[in-house]
Ligand binder design. Structure first.
Ligand code: RB5
Length: 146
């Protein structure tokens, strides 16, 4: 199950992504926003982050205008590793090396085609483990200390 959420700035791209997930037969849960009315991105970053960190969903996708505010918000939830990606290489390597569990996208930055390709790569790439697992563990320790 994939958790997905956006503010008004990411609403249109979120719909495109949900259409893509439907076509691929991938299950998702939409945490809002549900209209184009102005709203506050931290609410949706937190909701998706909690769904992923709590185990209800395996991965998350968050979208706002730049992708920045909503990624910062999701990353405040303990256990979330949200990666803002604007290119395919970053999407691949944040899975392989960081075991990122939430993808953040900037709807006002990316075209739909690139955004969907980034989603495809993010969802289709496995974590490599090994030395990277130790580094991800060190990230968790930062959470414990702060
Ligand atoms: C909303 O206008 C905009 O600030 C938001 O979507 C996002 O870009 C914040 O980081």
């Amino acid at each position: 199950m994939i958790a997905i959420g956006s503010d008004h700035g990411g609403f249109a791209l979120k719909r495109e992504i949900m259409k893509y997930l439907d076509e691929k037969g991938l299950e998702y849960k939409d945490f809002g926003t549900y209209t184009e009315d102005s709203c506050d991105y931290p609410d949706y970053g937190e909701a998706v982050g909690r769904a992923v960190a709590g185990g209800e969903c395996e991965r998350g996708i968050v979208i706002c205008g730049t992708g920045i505010g909503i990624s910062i918000s999701a990353n405040k939830v303990k256990g979330v590793r949200a990666a803002l990606c604007g290119d395919c290489y970053s999407a691949e390597y944040t899975r392989r090396h960081n075991d990122a569990n939430v993808l953040a996208l900037g709807a006002r930055v990316l075209g739909t085609g690139l955004a969907l390709k980034i989603v495809e790569i993010f969802l289709g790439t496995d974590f490599e483990g090994g030395r990277h697992a130790r580094r991800v563990e060190l990230i968790s320790k930062i959470e414990e200390r702060n």
